[in-house]
Write a protein that binds this ligand. Sequence first.
Ligand SMILES: *[C@@H]1O[C@H](CO)[C@@H](O)[C@H](O)[C@H]1NC(C)=O
Ligand SMILES: *[C@@H]1O[C@H](CO)[C@@H](O)[C@H](O)[C@H]1NC(C)=O
Ligand SMILES: *[C@@H]1O[C@H](CO)[C@@H](O)[C@H](O)[C@H]1NC(C)=O
Ligand SMILES: *[C@@H]1O[C@H](CO)[C@@H](O)[C@H](O)[C@H]1NC(C)=O
Ligand SMILES: *[C@@H]1O[C@H](CO)[C@@H](O)[C@H](O)[C@H]1NC(C)=O
Length: 207
Amino acid sequence: MRSTSFFFALSLAALTLAQDTSLAEVKRAFDVALIPGNISMVFEPQVLLEVTFSQPSAKPITLRAGRQLLRNETAGPPIFNVIGARSKGPFVVATVDLDAPTPQTRTSAQIRHFLGGNFFLETPRAPTLLTNKTVALSPFRQPTPPAGSDPHRYVFLLFDQSNDFNGQTLVTANTSISNFNISSFASATKLGQPIGGTFMLVGPQAA
Ligand SMILES: *[C@@H]1O[C@H](CO)[C@@H](O)[C@H](O)[C@H]1NC(C)=O
Ligand SMILES: *[C@@H]1O[C@H](CO)[C@@H](O)[C@H](O)[C@H]1NC(C)=O
Ligand SMILES: *[C@@H]1O[C@H](CO)[C@@H](O)[C@H](O)[C@H]1NC(C)=O
Ligand SMILES: *[C@@H]1O[C@H](CO)[C@@H](O)[C@H](O)[C@H]1NC(C)=O
Ligand SMILES: *[C@@H]1O[C@H](CO)[C@@H](O)[C@H](O)[C@H]1NC(C)=O
């Protein structure tokens, strides 16, 4: 009896530490990390965006906003789940590094690490899993902070897809991933403000 409740408490604690469960906590984590100011966007999450990295020989890792991962745990591409969605899509997901080349000198930020649209929820088979119906505009790039850098903030944002998104020409296969601006991209393609998000910290690979 005693040990059962002990393990129950333990697994509850592990659950709450493992991933985002509260919109208010995600918003607070974004605010504490100064992310809304850095991306020039309002962040009022309405849904939870779960970002999961599979691991070669361990359990998959689902982010909790602000969690630090080892670089080698972020090979990706990650899979995305949305908790609390009001539609089946389409959705756009964007991932940006705010701290390139270093958090102290953010001259090439934002770096675009992922930009993809036409993500849908396939209810009832997988009611929270996002499935893409087209290839990404920018395929996922693993974080690669330069040696000696402090950890970078890698921010994942979810948008309701606009009618303009599929016709946009701002980002093509040839567009530099450096000095991207998710706020001006979202404004130009009428994505509006993000409806969800999360972020991770990743430093250079330990020697
Ligand atoms: C952007 O984030 C950095 C912390 O990395 C902070 O020093 C700076 O004030 C932020 N800028 C804005 C406009 O919020
Ligand atoms: C990542 O590197 C650490 C050592 O820095 C190692 O302990 C761990 O097993 C590695 N993980 C993966 C997924 O390669
Ligand atoms: C979905 O994205 C993956 C890469 O993450 C890509 O390999 C696949 O072709 C895409 N699916 C479709 C239908 O385009
Ligand atoms: C990208 O550039 C290559 C040559 O530099 C060109 O052939 C190709 O059409 C370009 N693709 C797009 C989408 O602009
Ligand atoms: C991104 O664009 C917004 C306007 O949409 C601007 O206010 C902001 O300063 C730009 N951010 C960067 C890092 O250039």
